[in-house]
Design a protein around this ligand. Sequence first.
Ligand SMILES: *[C@@H]1O[C@H](CO)[C@@H](O)[C@H](O)[C@H]1NC(C)=O
Length: 895
Amino acid sequence: MRWGSTAVWLALGVLPCLQGVEGMTAERRVELREETRRLFKHGFDGYMEYAYPADELRSLTCTPMHRDPNPGNFGVNDIHANVSMTLLDTLSSLPLIHPEAFPEALHRVATEISFDQDVKVQVFEMTIRAMGSLLSTYQHLGRIRADDDEGELKRYQPRLLEMALDLGKRLAPAFTTTTGLPYARVNLRHGVEKGESIETCTAGAGSLILEFAVLTRLTGDERFEALAQRAYLAIWNRRSTHNLLGNSIGVTHGQWLAPGMSSVGAGMDSYFEYGIKAAILLSDDMYLDIFQDSYAALQTHVRSPDGFIYRPVQFRLLQLSFPSYIDSLAAFLPGMQVLAGDVESAIKSHLVYWNIWRRYSAIPESWDWAKREVEWAGWPGRPEFIESTFYLYRATKDPFYLRVGERVLNDMRRRTMTECGFATMKNVDTGELEDRMESFVLSETLKYLYLLFDSTSTPLSNSVFTTEGHALSLPLSLLRPPSAIRRQMHRGENLFCPAYTPSTLNGLVVGIERRSDYEYARSLVFGPGLDGVAEEDKARVGWWEGGYCEVPITPKYSFEIVLSPHDTSVAEPTPPEDPAPSAEKVHQDIQTGDFWIDNIEGLRLGVRWRYDGTGYDVSYIGPHRVRPGQNVIVTDPKMEGFLPVHGTTLTQSHTPSDVLLRFSSSSSSTKSSAQPEIFLHGMAATATFGKDFGADSSSISTPAGSLSLGGAAAILYRPKRNTDGCDAFPSSDIVVKAGKAPVLVLDRGECTFFHKALNARQAGAAGVIILGYPPKSAEVGGGEVGEVQEGLIRPSAEEEPDYLISQIGDDFGVLYVDWVVGRAVVDVMAEQGKEVGVELFDLTSMGMGGGGGGSSGGRNGEREAAMGGGGITREGRVMVAGWDIRNLRIVERPP
Ligand SMILES: *[C@@H]1O[C@H](CO)[C@@H](O)[C@H](O)[C@H]1NC(C)=O
């Protein structure tokens, strides 16, 4: 399994370029990158001059910072191990951002730092800051060629691994509990101290797996990965029935400690992050399964119904905490969501933090989202928000995120830069500073800013950044193949992330700042009214006194359903749950990975929202987990009421609901060998009548020239008159060239979609593409004239009698595109001698889940074979809450 989500986006390469979006020039981006580099050097050189070998710099007084004599000051002492922590933590960033300083820094780390210290420190902090940096730098040196200029630095490589191993051995005593949960703190020389607190947090105990696994794989010493994995599972095995986790736990008894609040912030954040990152780094499905379940629980219970705010809830009772804070650490979430493939959710959660940043020019440690007030005003230069900005830019390439970075850079410089480094902000309102520079200001905050502006850095696939920003990767030789049983359970799984599709307005692709919910996110932070709106935007914003016009609603993320017969005239009670259904009821096909349900009685099905936003997938059937890409096929005769009957309107059976169109033009006067020139990508809605693009087309005789998914380009034709197709076409209007009937491009008009299609069909066309109406001007907000967006609509023929619909036939494709897209196509066709072709692609088949996509012909074939060659003649679908369950289908029981 390779889950390189970023690589998938890059490989797709079908994103339309952003139009109507204020960009950023390449020169400006380089300027910002170099300015970030200057700040990084300033901080690093300041630390080396004024603080080294102390762990941290006091950045106001320009003096070294030492351990606090008060042992209870964990905020300082947890990381002050007398190991020059700032140097150590920053080491892995130097080759990229401050290469001149790297050789000396490396030499110092390798020769002057020892972990043999009589200090009690935090296991988690030492792992992520020190061990992570050592392993990452070790791997960096491994990639340098011996005959390079820097080749001689390779001699430090063994020492770095030795140091990481030494540190690992000194942290290992923390794990000597019966639960496998590590103590939060350990003395590097003497192990766990007498009377040590048994309380630890979920993140501290459960996010050590990346560093410990890499340490094991590089040294061959098995114990580290085993310890970290055991701790990770010890946390997960104590989840609530809602798959939620508490915040802190006792390591000796394994009981959650009150109040058991579940959130994505302090104390929990990196637990989720390490699930998805371990799945990527180790290519291990176990972590992926746990991540998917823990993420679904967050999306279902912690995320607010509008989809923007992640609020702490009691992990068993689901009560919201009151008063309710969200914290600065939780700003890591959008980055993790991007990595998981859920870009839409990432955009939303990031917008909340962006507005908090705009309001305070920093992010307060905690903030009351109900009162819109600062709760804890400090900002120690934390990286999470800028880290997420970096991931979102990578995924969307929307220059909005570069401007976010620019704002952060300017505010940091203006508000926190001192003579020798960067100060901690004590109060984001007043700007009061504190005499400390945390090591992550350099190793993460400025590093992620640098990466954001750096267009040359490598994509992320096949490597991850730890929660402290250290890059780790594992070569194939160090990966472990999954067991046979795991391979079987995951058969048919499809892990590709959906490509990001930018929002459109009137068919034009627009950026994040013109999304309809951008202003809504602002209102969550600034409150109702026009606070925080730039002067030039005030007229554009659809606000009035008293509130915003539209509160977005996000579909519920996951829930449980019971399949029941369509015929509700017989009111039967729902049968009790069958916790262990027999193979006669449900079984997994070992060839395809699909699940077959022959008897629905007592089954509980979990459904989960798809990352591509096209509906739901079944995620489990009782005790069986259904993975993305695996189908669920129901043959129970009780469900036959869902089967479409021939001759009726198959309104919900047509999939996919939209397709990607690629328009190309070639000059018909030149030789046909000339490559056609692609000039536009656009989305189209498919009709609910006529051709079903997702259906197995092998049984339908497809006329040459027709529209089909993944097939050859169809040739477009624009009638000279009767451009809306409401009148019959004289057959002389449609010219069949080289045996290929053309596809007509028609305007909206006074007649129905169905009548246009029928007229075109009767004139011998192979299909139609219908253009939406031009955008309407409308009054918006304070009298400003705006344009009303109609969006894609699905042509249907519900009013028509069956005998007429059958005249369209199932080989005649009907598509609907926005006016702007259609206009561009018509204009190119109007140019002399240009022939325009269109190809169709199924975005859902590139996304997660099979979902009956156009490329599933092979799968259909397999299914027919599995049914003893009988073939499926009728299929039905089930919808919940207005959405298709994409991987579920009802079929006739094979004879
Ligand atoms: C810090 O570490 C150095 C070298 O490892 C050692 O010489 C020194 O005594 C340590 N300082 C303290 C205060 O423990």
